[in-house]
Design a protein around this ligand. Sequence first.
Ligand code: ZN
Length: 352
Amino acid sequence: MDFDPQKNYYEILGVSEDATTEEIKKAFKKAAIQHHPDKKWGDKEKFQAVNEAHGILSDESKRQQYDAYRKGGFGGFGWGAGGFGGFGGADFGGFSAGWFDIGDLMGGLFGWGGGRRRQVGGEDIQVRLTIDFAESYHGVKKTIKYTRKIFDDKAKKETCPTCQGRGVINQQAQTPFGVMQVQNACPDCDGIGEIYTRDSKRIGNGGLIDSTETLEVEIPIGIKDDVFLKYGGMGHMGPGGQHPGDLYIKIAIKDMGSYTREGDDLYLKQEISLFDAVLGGKLTIDHPEGKLTISIPKGTQPHEKIKISGRGFGRKGLLSHRGDLYIIPRITIPKKLSKDQERLWKELQQQG
Ligand SMILES: [Zn+2]
Protein backbone atom coordinates (compact mmCIF):
# COMPACT_ATOMS: atom_id res chain seq x y z
CA MET A 1 0.00 0.00 0.00
CA ASP A 2 1.42 3.35 -1.05
CA PHE A 3 -0.68 5.60 1.11
CA ASP A 4 -1.13 6.19 4.78
CA PRO A 5 -4.88 6.14 5.38
CA GLN A 6 -4.45 7.99 8.64
CA LYS A 7 -3.35 11.08 6.80
CA ASN A 8 -5.94 13.41 5.35
CA TYR A 9 -4.49 14.12 1.92
CA TYR A 10 -7.43 16.37 1.06
CA GLU A 11 -6.70 18.58 4.04
CA ILE A 12 -2.97 18.61 3.23
CA LEU A 13 -3.72 19.92 -0.27
CA GLY A 14 -6.57 22.11 0.96
CA VAL A 15 -9.16 20.68 -1.42
CA SER A 16 -12.59 19.15 -0.84
CA GLU A 17 -13.08 15.39 -0.96
CA ASP A 18 -14.89 15.59 -4.28
CA ALA A 19 -12.25 17.79 -5.88
CA THR A 20 -11.66 17.22 -9.59
CA THR A 21 -8.30 16.16 -11.01
CA GLU A 22 -7.87 19.72 -12.24
CA GLU A 23 -8.51 21.22 -8.80
CA ILE A 24 -6.06 18.80 -7.22
CA LYS A 25 -3.42 19.71 -9.78
CA LYS A 26 -3.90 23.43 -9.14
CA ALA A 27 -3.84 23.04 -5.35
CA PHE A 28 -0.69 20.93 -5.60
CA LYS A 29 1.14 23.50 -7.71
CA LYS A 30 0.25 26.28 -5.31
CA ALA A 31 1.21 24.31 -2.19
CA ALA A 32 4.41 22.95 -3.76
CA ILE A 33 5.57 26.49 -4.61
CA GLN A 34 4.63 27.76 -1.16
CA HIS A 35 6.48 25.04 0.75
CA HIS A 36 9.41 24.46 -1.59
CA PRO A 37 12.54 23.99 0.55
CA ASP A 38 14.52 26.41 -1.65
CA LYS A 39 12.15 29.23 -0.72
CA LYS A 40 12.84 31.47 2.20
CA TRP A 41 9.74 30.30 4.05
CA GLY A 42 9.90 26.80 2.63
CA ASP A 43 9.23 23.79 4.77
CA LYS A 44 10.72 20.47 3.73
CA GLU A 45 8.29 18.40 5.77
CA LYS A 46 5.25 20.17 4.41
CA PHE A 47 6.68 19.94 0.90
CA GLN A 48 7.06 16.19 1.25
CA ALA A 49 3.55 15.84 2.66
CA VAL A 50 2.13 17.81 -0.25
CA ASN A 51 4.02 15.61 -2.70
CA GLU A 52 2.77 12.45 -1.05
CA ALA A 53 -0.84 13.72 -1.06
CA HIS A 54 -0.60 14.66 -4.73
CA GLY A 55 0.93 11.29 -5.61
CA ILE A 56 -2.13 9.50 -4.26
CA LEU A 57 -4.93 11.89 -5.19
CA SER A 58 -3.74 12.41 -8.77
CA ASP A 59 -3.74 8.68 -9.45
CA GLU A 60 -7.32 7.55 -9.90
CA SER A 61 -6.93 4.00 -8.72
CA LYS A 62 -4.81 4.96 -5.71
CA ARG A 63 -7.30 7.67 -4.82
CA GLN A 64 -10.17 5.18 -4.98
CA GLN A 65 -8.38 2.74 -2.71
CA TYR A 66 -7.53 5.51 -0.31
CA ASP A 67 -11.12 6.79 -0.29
CA ALA A 68 -12.55 3.31 0.13
CA TYR A 69 -10.34 2.73 3.09
CA ARG A 70 -11.26 6.03 4.74
CA LYS A 71 -14.99 5.75 4.02
CA GLY A 72 -15.02 2.35 5.64
CA GLY A 73 -13.89 3.92 8.89
CA PHE A 74 -10.68 1.95 9.04
CA GLY A 75 -8.77 4.95 10.28
CA GLY A 76 -10.04 4.21 13.77
CA PHE A 77 -7.72 1.28 14.10
CA GLY A 78 -4.57 3.29 14.09
CA TRP A 79 -1.76 3.38 16.53
CA GLY A 80 -2.93 4.22 19.96
CA ALA A 81 -6.59 3.65 19.19
CA GLY A 82 -6.32 -0.04 19.85
CA GLY A 83 -4.62 0.43 23.19
CA PHE A 84 -1.27 -1.02 22.35
CA GLY A 85 0.67 -0.16 25.43
CA GLY A 86 1.22 3.51 24.87
CA PHE A 87 2.40 3.67 21.31
CA GLY A 88 0.97 6.98 20.28
CA GLY A 89 0.30 7.83 16.67
CA ALA A 90 3.21 10.23 16.69
CA ASP A 91 5.66 7.46 17.47
CA PHE A 92 5.16 5.85 14.14
CA GLY A 93 7.18 8.25 12.05
CA GLY A 94 10.05 8.48 14.49
CA PHE A 95 10.09 4.79 14.90
CA SER A 96 10.53 3.99 11.24
CA ALA A 97 13.12 6.70 10.88
CA GLY A 98 14.96 5.44 13.93
CA TRP A 99 15.14 1.89 12.69
CA PHE A 100 18.66 0.64 12.59
CA ASP A 101 20.51 -2.59 12.31
CA ILE A 102 22.93 -3.40 15.02
CA GLY A 103 25.79 -5.85 14.83
CA ASP A 104 27.28 -4.18 11.81
CA LEU A 105 30.96 -3.59 12.61
CA MET A 106 31.19 -0.26 10.84
CA GLY A 107 28.02 0.84 12.51
CA GLY A 108 29.57 -0.21 15.79
CA LEU A 109 32.70 1.79 15.12
CA PHE A 110 31.31 5.00 13.80
CA GLY A 111 27.63 4.92 14.59
CA TRP A 112 25.67 5.90 17.64
CA GLY A 113 28.20 6.02 20.41
CA GLY A 114 25.91 6.06 23.39
CA GLY A 115 24.49 2.62 22.84
CA ARG A 116 20.88 2.12 21.96
CA ARG A 117 18.45 -0.66 22.24
CA ARG A 118 17.45 -2.45 19.15
CA GLN A 119 13.86 -1.93 18.12
CA VAL A 120 12.26 -4.92 16.61
CA GLY A 121 8.93 -4.49 14.91
CA GLY A 122 6.35 -7.20 14.61
CA GLU A 123 5.64 -8.61 11.19
CA ASP A 124 2.69 -7.63 9.05
CA ILE A 125 -0.08 -10.13 8.54
CA GLN A 126 -1.97 -10.66 5.33
CA VAL A 127 -5.43 -12.20 5.39
CA ARG A 128 -7.47 -12.99 2.30
CA LEU A 129 -11.19 -12.32 2.40
CA THR A 130 -13.48 -13.51 -0.36
CA ILE A 131 -16.78 -11.77 -0.93
CA ASP A 132 -19.32 -12.16 -3.69
CA PHE A 133 -20.37 -9.73 -6.38
CA ALA A 134 -23.50 -8.47 -4.56
CA GLU A 135 -21.50 -7.90 -1.37
CA SER A 136 -18.93 -5.86 -3.24
CA TYR A 137 -21.76 -3.86 -4.79
CA HIS A 138 -23.67 -3.12 -1.58
CA GLY A 139 -20.83 -3.18 0.93
CA VAL A 140 -20.87 -5.74 3.73
CA LYS A 141 -19.71 -6.46 7.26
CA LYS A 142 -17.72 -9.64 7.72
CA THR A 143 -16.27 -11.20 10.80
CA ILE A 144 -12.84 -12.70 10.37
CA LYS A 145 -10.61 -14.69 12.66
CA TYR A 146 -6.86 -14.58 12.39
CA THR A 147 -3.88 -15.49 14.50
CA ARG A 148 -1.39 -12.93 15.68
CA LYS A 149 1.53 -12.99 18.08
CA ILE A 150 0.88 -10.97 21.20
CA PHE A 151 2.84 -10.48 24.39
CA ASP A 152 1.86 -13.14 26.92
CA ASP A 153 0.13 -11.34 29.77
CA LYS A 154 1.53 -13.91 32.19
CA ALA A 155 5.05 -13.02 31.12
CA LYS A 156 7.25 -10.48 32.85
CA LYS A 157 9.75 -8.12 31.32
CA GLU A 158 13.08 -7.74 33.02
CA THR A 159 16.13 -5.67 32.27
CA CYS A 160 18.74 -7.79 30.55
CA PRO A 161 21.43 -8.60 33.15
CA THR A 162 24.18 -8.95 30.56
CA CYS A 163 23.91 -5.48 29.05
CA GLN A 164 21.96 -3.78 31.85
CA GLY A 165 19.27 -2.93 29.34
CA ARG A 166 21.57 -1.06 26.98
CA GLY A 167 21.13 -3.58 24.20
CA VAL A 168 24.83 -3.40 23.35
CA ILE A 169 28.05 -4.66 24.88
CA ASN A 170 31.55 -3.32 24.44
CA GLN A 171 34.10 -5.65 22.89
CA GLN A 172 37.65 -5.49 21.60
CA ALA A 173 37.85 -6.12 17.89
CA GLN A 174 40.66 -6.50 15.41
CA THR A 175 39.89 -4.11 12.58
CA PRO A 176 41.82 -2.79 9.58
CA PHE A 177 42.50 0.25 11.81
CA GLY A 178 43.98 -1.80 14.66
CA VAL A 179 42.40 -3.11 17.84
CA MET A 180 39.40 -1.05 18.67
CA GLN A 181 36.66 -0.89 21.18
CA VAL A 182 33.41 -1.73 19.40
CA GLN A 183 29.86 -2.02 20.45
CA ASN A 184 27.98 -5.10 19.42
CA ALA A 185 24.44 -6.25 19.93
CA CYS A 186 24.06 -7.98 23.27
CA PRO A 187 23.95 -11.72 22.49
CA ASP A 188 21.88 -12.46 25.57
CA CYS A 189 18.86 -10.31 24.71
CA ASP A 190 19.59 -10.03 21.01
CA GLY A 191 20.06 -6.29 21.41
CA ILE A 192 16.61 -5.62 22.74
CA GLY A 193 17.74 -4.76 26.27
CA GLU A 194 15.12 -6.82 28.04
CA ILE A 195 14.43 -10.47 28.70
CA TYR A 196 11.17 -12.25 29.38
CA THR A 197 10.23 -14.69 32.11
CA ARG A 198 7.20 -16.69 33.13
CA ASP A 199 7.01 -18.26 36.60
CA SER A 200 10.58 -17.03 37.13
CA LYS A 201 11.81 -19.04 34.14
CA ARG A 202 13.35 -17.45 31.11
CA ILE A 203 11.18 -17.72 28.00
CA GLY A 204 12.23 -17.16 24.45
CA ASN A 205 10.36 -15.90 21.45
CA GLY A 206 10.18 -12.35 22.77
CA GLY A 207 7.56 -13.45 25.32
CA LEU A 208 5.07 -13.78 22.50
CA ILE A 209 2.25 -16.28 22.20
CA ASP A 210 -0.30 -16.96 19.48
CA SER A 211 -3.65 -15.36 19.97
CA THR A 212 -6.79 -15.85 17.89
CA GLU A 213 -8.35 -12.51 17.11
CA THR A 214 -11.86 -11.83 15.91
CA LEU A 215 -12.37 -8.71 13.88
CA GLU A 216 -15.41 -7.19 12.27
CA VAL A 217 -14.42 -5.85 8.88
CA GLU A 218 -16.58 -3.21 7.27
CA ILE A 219 -16.18 -3.49 3.53
CA PRO A 220 -17.13 -0.29 1.75
CA ILE A 221 -19.62 -0.07 -1.09
CA GLY A 222 -18.09 -0.61 -4.51
CA ILE A 223 -14.81 -2.11 -3.29
CA LYS A 224 -12.59 -3.48 -6.02
CA ASP A 225 -11.01 -6.87 -6.43
CA ASP A 226 -7.45 -7.21 -5.08
CA VAL A 227 -7.69 -4.12 -2.87
CA PHE A 228 -6.03 -4.19 0.55
CA LEU A 229 -7.64 -2.84 3.67
CA LYS A 230 -5.00 -1.86 6.20
CA TYR A 231 -5.49 -2.08 9.94
CA GLY A 232 -2.52 -0.30 11.46
CA GLY A 233 -0.89 -1.96 14.46
CA MET A 234 -3.01 -5.11 14.27
CA GLY A 235 -0.29 -7.40 12.93
CA HIS A 236 2.16 -9.44 15.01
CA MET A 237 3.72 -7.70 17.97
CA GLY A 238 7.47 -7.41 18.21
CA PRO A 239 9.45 -8.85 21.16
CA GLY A 240 8.03 -7.71 24.47
CA GLY A 241 4.88 -6.51 22.71
CA GLN A 242 6.57 -3.57 21.04
CA HIS A 243 5.83 -2.05 17.66
CA PRO A 244 3.16 -4.29 16.22
CA GLY A 245 3.07 -4.75 12.46
CA ASP A 246 -0.02 -4.07 10.39
CA LEU A 247 -2.86 -6.27 9.29
CA TYR A 248 -3.72 -6.26 5.60
CA ILE A 249 -6.96 -7.75 4.42
CA LYS A 250 -6.88 -8.58 0.74
CA ILE A 251 -10.29 -8.55 -0.88
CA ALA A 252 -11.13 -11.11 -3.54
CA ILE A 253 -14.43 -10.84 -5.38
CA LYS A 254 -15.95 -14.03 -6.79
CA ASP A 255 -18.98 -14.85 -8.90
CA MET A 256 -19.09 -11.84 -11.19
CA GLY A 257 -20.77 -14.14 -13.73
CA SER A 258 -20.99 -12.50 -17.15
CA TYR A 259 -20.29 -9.10 -15.65
CA THR A 260 -17.02 -7.25 -15.91
CA ARG A 261 -16.00 -4.03 -14.25
CA GLU A 262 -14.23 -0.99 -15.64
CA GLY A 263 -13.77 1.80 -13.13
CA ASP A 264 -17.20 2.14 -11.58
CA ASP A 265 -19.03 0.95 -14.68
CA LEU A 266 -20.43 -2.52 -15.15
CA TYR A 267 -20.50 -4.39 -18.45
CA LEU A 268 -22.73 -7.31 -19.23
CA LYS A 269 -22.51 -9.46 -22.35
CA GLN A 270 -26.03 -10.48 -23.17
CA GLU A 271 -27.70 -12.51 -25.91
CA ILE A 272 -30.50 -10.64 -27.67
CA SER A 273 -32.83 -12.11 -30.26
CA LEU A 274 -32.71 -10.75 -33.77
CA PHE A 275 -36.38 -9.82 -33.49
CA ASP A 276 -35.80 -7.74 -30.32
CA ALA A 277 -32.80 -6.06 -31.95
CA VAL A 278 -34.82 -5.15 -35.04
CA LEU A 279 -38.16 -4.31 -33.44
CA GLY A 280 -37.12 -3.34 -29.90
CA GLY A 281 -38.13 -5.31 -26.82
CA LYS A 282 -37.74 -6.00 -23.15
CA LEU A 283 -35.12 -8.02 -21.34
CA THR A 284 -34.81 -9.14 -17.72
CA ILE A 285 -31.33 -9.52 -16.27
CA ASP A 286 -29.86 -10.53 -12.93
CA HIS A 287 -28.22 -7.59 -11.22
CA PRO A 288 -26.87 -7.18 -7.67
CA GLU A 289 -30.00 -5.13 -6.96
CA GLY A 290 -32.23 -7.99 -8.13
CA LYS A 291 -34.01 -8.59 -11.42
CA LEU A 292 -33.80 -5.61 -13.72
CA THR A 293 -36.02 -5.17 -16.74
CA ILE A 294 -34.42 -3.15 -19.46
CA SER A 295 -35.63 -1.89 -22.80
CA ILE A 296 -33.87 -2.85 -26.00
CA PRO A 297 -34.11 0.07 -28.43
CA LYS A 298 -35.48 -0.55 -31.90
CA GLY A 299 -32.70 -1.12 -34.41
CA THR A 300 -30.03 -2.11 -31.90
CA GLN A 301 -26.80 -2.99 -33.75
CA PRO A 302 -24.43 -5.82 -32.85
CA HIS A 303 -21.89 -4.60 -30.23
CA GLU A 304 -23.70 -1.29 -29.89
CA LYS A 305 -23.77 -0.86 -26.12
CA ILE A 306 -27.06 -0.18 -24.37
CA LYS A 307 -26.47 2.23 -21.51
CA ILE A 308 -28.46 2.04 -18.27
CA SER A 309 -27.52 5.04 -16.16
CA GLY A 310 -26.75 4.75 -12.47
CA ARG A 311 -26.65 0.97 -12.23
CA GLY A 312 -22.91 0.64 -11.85
CA PHE A 313 -20.78 0.54 -8.71
CA GLY A 314 -21.00 3.22 -6.03
CA ARG A 315 -18.27 5.85 -6.28
CA LYS A 316 -16.03 6.45 -3.28
CA GLY A 317 -18.10 4.11 -1.16
CA LEU A 318 -21.38 5.95 -1.81
CA LEU A 319 -24.40 4.56 -3.62
CA SER A 320 -25.63 8.11 -4.28
CA HIS A 321 -22.90 8.53 -6.91
CA ARG A 322 -22.82 5.59 -9.23
CA GLY A 323 -21.27 4.37 -12.40
CA ASP A 324 -23.38 3.05 -15.26
CA LEU A 325 -24.36 -0.33 -16.59
CA TYR A 326 -23.69 -1.22 -20.22
CA ILE A 327 -25.27 -4.15 -22.00
CA ILE A 328 -23.14 -5.48 -24.83
CA PRO A 329 -25.63 -7.27 -27.09
CA ARG A 330 -24.80 -10.47 -28.87
CA ILE A 331 -27.50 -10.79 -31.45
CA THR A 332 -28.56 -14.35 -32.13
CA ILE A 333 -29.59 -15.28 -35.65
CA PRO A 334 -32.22 -18.03 -35.72
CA LYS A 335 -30.81 -21.29 -37.10
CA LYS A 336 -34.11 -23.02 -37.74
CA LEU A 337 -37.36 -21.46 -38.84
CA SER A 338 -40.84 -22.90 -38.92
CA LYS A 339 -42.58 -23.00 -42.30
CA ASP A 340 -44.69 -19.97 -41.39
CA GLN A 341 -41.65 -18.02 -40.22
CA GLU A 342 -39.75 -18.87 -43.36
CA ARG A 343 -42.66 -17.65 -45.48
CA LEU A 344 -42.71 -14.32 -43.56
CA TRP A 345 -38.95 -13.85 -43.91
CA LYS A 346 -39.16 -14.53 -47.65
CA GLU A 347 -41.84 -11.88 -47.96
CA LEU A 348 -39.56 -9.44 -46.15
CA GLN A 349 -36.64 -10.45 -48.38
CA GLN A 350 -38.64 -9.76 -51.54
CA GLN A 351 -39.78 -6.39 -50.21
CA GLY A 352 -36.27 -5.42 -49.17
ZN1 ZN B 1 21.28 -7.72 26.83
